[in-house]
Design a protein around this ligand. Sequence first.
Ligand code: FAD
Length: 300
Amino acid sequence: AMKSIARRSDLKAYVEKTPAIYQLLQSAAAKYVTGEKRQDGLEAGRRLVDKGYAISLEYIGENTTDVQACEAAALELSLLIQALAERKIPARVSFDLSHIGLSIDGELAYKHLTALASQAQQVGIELFVSMEESAKTDSILWIYERAAAAYANIGITLQTQLNRTTQDLNDLQPVPGRIRIVKGAYQEPEQQTIPRSSALNERYLQLVEQAIRKGHRVSIATHDESIADEVIKREWIHEPGVEFEMLYGIRPDLSSRLKNAGYPVRIYLTYGHEWYLYLCHRIAEYPPNLFQAVLDITDV
Ligand code: FAD
């Protein structure tokens, strides 16, 4: 439901023109989003790097249907890559293909993706493509596979909750890029998915094993402590290129425990004006956040 709320432009317009609500929601979002500006992401990222974390940075946005706005998003990502290189901050840059053209024309997204990959490759930065709702999976994989064949510095996110993912992972065997495994943040048609459950967790572990065995570098992107503990118990965390990755603001106790135990942990930070959208996503995947937001807002 929060997904559809995120897309209701009337609600967004209402929030934007009602200063009290705008400020309240913005303060709730501050837990998950570093700020509106590139500088906010860079500063928060630098602090985490100094503490011993690796980082990913996302400029928030999706479903952009205006060509100029897609160009602007690609430009922002390009400036981000440049800023990271200049400041020597080792970071991965993450984004949605629908932010840079997929909602208009796959070729526009492809053009932007390859231009960014070429720029990033010259400064030793890795890019990461997020996975969006299942209606887009085929086109995202198609664009990714073509781009990754030319640029080894692009990785892709796969969602455990989709039935099709085991096959998709098989098909990615010839593509050298890193694979990030997530549970999946989108509400999907029931017949195509497995809901949050121990069966889903088992499948998550199977996908991690499958990806490692096929020689991929793997990001285990979850805040589920039972999965993290299992990955350690099975010693997969010692395989080359395997790491934990978690969202900024979620389970910091778990990320610091894992880092302090000596495991590689990456924190995924976001910045941008679309913090409202990002807040809706975090609430949708974990509804208790709605209550937390109300508590934060009312300062109880
Ligand atoms: P869950 O079973 O959902 O949660 C496990 C525990 O983590 C919960 O009990 C709770 O304690 C805590 N928790 C989880 N979510 C929250 C939250 N929002 N707020 C507070 N606590 C929480 N999804 C996509 O569909 N596409 C992507 O490209 C994508 N990229 C991601 C990249 C990274 C680095 C990460 C970490 C996640 C990404 N996700 C993506 C989101 C992912 O699909 C899940 O929705 C999200 O990680 C929550 O699932 P979980 O694995 O933590 O397990």
